[in-house]
Design a protein around this ligand. Sequence first.
Ligand SMILES: Cc1ncc(C[n+]2csc(CCOP(=O)(O)OP(=O)(O)O)c2C)c(N)n1
Length: 435
Amino acid sequence: MQDRGGRINRRALLKSMGAAGATATVITSCGDGMSRTSGISGAEFRKSVRLATAGPGGSKEWRPGYALQFLPPEEIPTRGADSDTLSSEPKQKLLDFYRLMATSRKWETTMKDLFLSGEDGLYGSFHTYVGEEAVAVGVMGALNEDDYIASTHRGHGHLIAKGGDLNLMSAEIFFKESGYNKGYGGSMHITDMSKGIMGMNGIVGASFYMAAGAAMRGMIRGTKQVGVAFFGDGAAASPYYFSAVRSCKNLEIPVIFVNENNFQYMSIPVADTSPTKYISDFTKGLDLPHHLVDGNDIAAVYNATRQAVEWARAGKGPSVIEAMTYRWYDHSGFAGARVAEEGATGLPYRTDEEVRGWMSRDPIPRYRRWLLAKGIAEEAELDSIEEQAQRAVDESVEFARSGRDPQPEAGVLHTHADGPVLASQFYNRKGVVST
Ligand SMILES: Cc1ncc(C[n+]2csc(CCOP(=O)(O)OP(=O)(O)O)c2C)c(N)n1
């Protein structure tokens, strides 16, 4: 794989991965568990990361355990502006935040266990949001129901926090007709326009202009709706990011750019893709509000979003929020996991110490302790919310199991304007069914 000078041989590398050509392919392949699929590890892996990110942004700062230096405190501060803002909200709203975070965690954890057990034959991409729940719930808590969000490939938490239906989500993961996309989309295409959810999205960086378009529509109609673009640290490396923020600033479009900086662009550390320590530094010259927050502190996320929403509804245009957080599991799927085991550790592109450090700042128990310390809730109330959340998740799995597989004619029914006619012609010709 290396030449005599110790440099990675790009052709050999691509060949070993069954790919050919572009750097983009290298980036993708690097990301999706290169070490698992190609057996590359250690120094070689490191060099291949360098290869993928060669360019002006390639920082030399990354060291194993890089994300440790950003660890937030163990407890959410019970004093200060963020804490005061959150604690002034009605108790029911604060308990709802807890329910949504717990539901998101339990839904994904349950799905993880089902994927791993093989019991229901689940397959396909599944990018977990576990560890990042405070961002989704904190942001959504400051929005109105008719505000728009454009999500990412890692968006289950966004959907749940914006009111997505668990039954329809589960059925979609099971590829059932009763799912959100009638079983034709899977995890990364779940959309619910009735809730302002413009969809999860497999195209990294697609959220910028989707949110801008939706927000512009609201601006033209004078509805004061805002559009939120969620995106990762990797997506921020796309040229469209700067361009989108700049355009929104120029036109004062009410978009909130929410960067979920989890330090990992697949398996490429953020220090390799970002020339600055913080993603929010990229756009500082554009003269718009930037909020750099502890993304595992729901109070901080909520307060920042409230300010950004106020700014947007006042007609002042976009804001950027950078929420520092951490994803627990592998980029997609559960490398290294065994049934009932986590599968978060032992990955070559991060250290177990940093994983455990961030896990110990788990946003859900942190928020629980904050609620208790502020005297807002009792242990028993929170236990009961957790139980209800698990029940709802279990029911959604039962709902999914009881669904029907999509019928072949749905392939044209839901993809062509003339779907019903085409389906009926097709089936009449085949003599199978008539619709
Ligand atoms: C336009 C495009 N390029 C590449 C990919 C492959 N890809 C899928 S997820 C991903 C990493 C995204 O990283 P980041 O934006 O940091 O989000 P995270 O996974 O950390 O949540 C990449 C490169 C893609 N889906 N779309």
